[in-house]
Design a protein around this ligand. Structure first.
Ligand SMILES: [Fe+2]
Ligand SMILES: [Fe+2]
Length: 174
């Protein structure tokens, strides 16, 4: 009984509402990143980078499912709310494509920069939301957000590896 009362109180709290709002924000961000990834893949010069974008599109689909699971666990409707930050980051990716020449490694270096900015935004978001979930006692939600966080960190590290292994050096020779 005591527990129910506590949960009920928490669900009506400002903090809980804020948490849900931020989940809606990242839900929007993921959906729009997913839409943008094929464009980044197509614009890539390096096959390795194109494949990395393709892989992350598949992962992003899984992440979206996980965010939907989070809404379900919390008894909330999965609803996207426009994320101005991701919108801006995706616009920046577009201008990088416009500002660089096709089939160049300079473009790839730019695409990696744009993608890493988006990944870092996601890392910051999931990193914080996972701690919110922990403090609110939503263990299952915390686990799901942690899984997404690790996946984003892996993507970020892989992009760094591609830049260091080949792209930056080839871009410098152009
Ligand atoms: Fe993501
Ligand atoms: Fe991501």
């Amino acid at each position: 009984m005591k527990m129910d009362k506590k949960n009920q109180k928490m669900e009506n709290s400002e903090f809980h509402k804020f948490f849900i709002d931020e989940l809606k924000d990242i839900y929007w961000a993921e959906q729009h990143l997913l839409e943008a990834l094929p464009k980044l893949q197509k614009a890539s010069t390096s096959k390795q980078l194109a494949m990395a974008f393709e892989k992350h599109a598949k992962e992003t689909q899984k992440q979206i499912k996980k965010v939907e699971q989070v809404f379900e666990i919390l008894g909330e409707k999965a609803e996207p709310k426009k994320c101005e930050a991701m919108e801006g980051l995706l616009k920046e990716a577009d201008s990088i494509i416009e500002d660089t020449d096709k089939d160049t490694f300079t473009r790839d270096a730019g695409l990696i920069l744009a993608a890493q900015k988006a990944e870092h935004y996601e890392i910051a978001t999931y990193g914080t939301l996972r701690i919110f979930a922990r403090h609110m006692g939503h263990e299952e939600v915390e686990k799901l957000l942690e899984e997404i966080l690790q996946n984003e960190k892996g993507t970020d590290a892989y992009l760094t590896k591609i830049a260091e292994d080949s792209v930056n050096e080839r871009a410098m020779k152009e």
